[in-house]
Design a protein around this ligand. Structure first.
Ligand code: LLP
Length: 421
């Protein structure tokens, strides 16, 4: 459930008419709902009640400072995957002891930054990375808490580009090699082994792959404890999917996910960390765009929007479906019309949907892409020299621009001219 609903025939973000924001900010823009963010974070937090736990929001999904602050105030930790994300989390006031550092290729500079600034744990993904982290920790006279990310060779049954838990994927160390790698880690003076990390993929719509992976983690915990390692923390990654269509999808709820964790891992008495991104922010955000033209093609009509693939890449990149709804609620009984919904960018990949049934629309009408809060604004680019679209956060009857649209001059002035020109 989210807080983007029609009231009196007009789409609202909480208590604010979306058209009011469009008039103030211009289109396209991303719009997030505080109430939805809050609700989704709490669902995860409550799902793990009774277990020592920390929900570390995977900020790669949406990393605006205002979103991070909203979640940090609720007690969220952060899962970061780069020096930039680490800096963003700290700038939003998240203390180092609530930041976990994930990622398959952390550089020494990034490690140094996190160790100096403070970090809850580093999730190590390979032997060479472990050696580098040990060297950095020793150089700083620290002993850094680590988990090792294991690759459980489980099929997450999701889009191939976002599945990470199969043996052919670049992530983690093969679980079969875990004992040897933990033994190596225990011998390194700069590292303190505290637990195990696993993350098998994103947009999972069934619990079964999580169960398979977590059972392997439970077994490994026992084995490593028997080897003398003090395994006291399990980082279970993110990945729980969201419904992208309102009609037929019903992915498991955070409460079901929490119950699974309690059942499979509860008896081990470990502290539990989870790293949800998409479910926290996905349905807490929409992308609002205006119809520029309705163009009739050969046997089809194109709805040409002022938003494009550079603003929301998911349909082009993952064939992802986003519901598109008109900001003015269609009158009951209106006959829908089939449109190919496209942006103005000069490639055919700039297509949001083909043959999408929508109420008849005209130039100047506003539409909203639903479920655009996660991996929307953060994956945007300035392709075609289109400015990054602004972000707006709604809170009840209030709204605020949380990232301005850059001017063309600001964009151009980031380039510098060499002296010979
Ligand atoms: N933890 C780790 C180590 C991750 O790699 C990810 C996502 C997460 C947590 C959060 O997963 P979530 O709860 O959001 O599923 N751009 C793609 C999704 C990429 C996911 C990458 N890793 C998309 O738009 O679908």
């Amino acid at each position: 459930m989210d807080h983007f609903l029609y009231r009196n025939g007009v789409l609202h973000a909480e208590d604010v008419p979306v058209a009011e924001i469009a008039a103030a900010v211009g289109t396209p823009f991303y719009c997030y709902s505080t109430a939805t963010l809050t609700r989704h974070f709490r669902l995860f937090d409550e799902a793990l009640t009774g277990m020592d736990h920390l929900v570390c929001y995977a900020m790669k999904a949406a990393s605006n400072q205002a979103i991070l602050k909203t979640l940090a105030r609720l007690g969220a930790g952060m899962d970061v995957v780069s020096g930039g994300e680490y800096a963003r989390a700290r700038a939003a006031g998240v203390p180092g002891e609530r930041i976990v550092f994930s990622g398959v290729g952390k550089t020494r500079d990034e490690m140094r930054m996190a160790l100096i600034g403070g970090v809850r744990q580093v999730n190590v993904e390979s032997e060479p990375e472990m050696a580098a982290l040990n060297a950095v920790a020793c150089e700083l006279g620290q002993r850094v808490p680590i988990t090792i990310r294991v690759n459980p060779d489980v099929d997450a049954k999701t889009h191939a580009k976002i599945a990470t838990g199969k043996s052919e994927n670049k992530f983690g160390i093969p679980i079969a090699r875990a004992r040897a790698v933990y033994a190596q880690a225990a011998a390194l003076p700069g590292l303190e082994v505290v637990g195990i990390d696993v993350h098998i993929g994103s947009q999972l719509t069934e619990l079964a792959p999580f169960r398979l992976a977590y059972e392997k983690v439970a077994e490994l915990t026992q084995v490593l404890r028997a080897d003398g390692h003090d395994i006291r923390r399990l980082d279970l990654g993110g990945g729980l999917g969201i419904p992208y269509t309102r009609s037929n999808e019903a992915p498991p709820l955070p409460a079901d996910y929490g119950a699974l964790i309690r059942e499979v891992l509860g008896p081990l008495g470990c502290e539990i960390e989870i790293e949800p991104g998409r479910l926290v922010v996905g349905n807490a955000g929409i992308l609002v765009a205006e119809v520029i033209y309705v163009k009739s093609g050969e046997g089809r009509d194109f709805l040409i929007l002022d938003a494009a693939m550079n603003d929301l890449i998911r349909p082009a990149m993952y064939e992802a479906h986003h519901d598109i709804v008109p900001v003015l609620e269609p009158a009951p009984g209106i006959e829908p019309h089939s449109y190919d919904v496209v942006g103005p960018v000069c490639e055919t990949g700039d297509t949001f949907a083909r043959g999408r049934m929508l109420p008849p629309l005209n130039a100047g009408d506003l539409v909203a892409f639903r479920s655009a809060g996660a991996y929307g604004a953060v994956m945007a680019s300035e392709y075609n020299t289109r400015p990054l679209v602004p972000e707006v956060l709604v809170n009840g009857r209030d709204f605020a621009v949380i990232r301005e649209r850059p001017t063309f001059d600001e964009m151009i002035n980031r380039d510098t001219i060499p002296e010979w020109l």
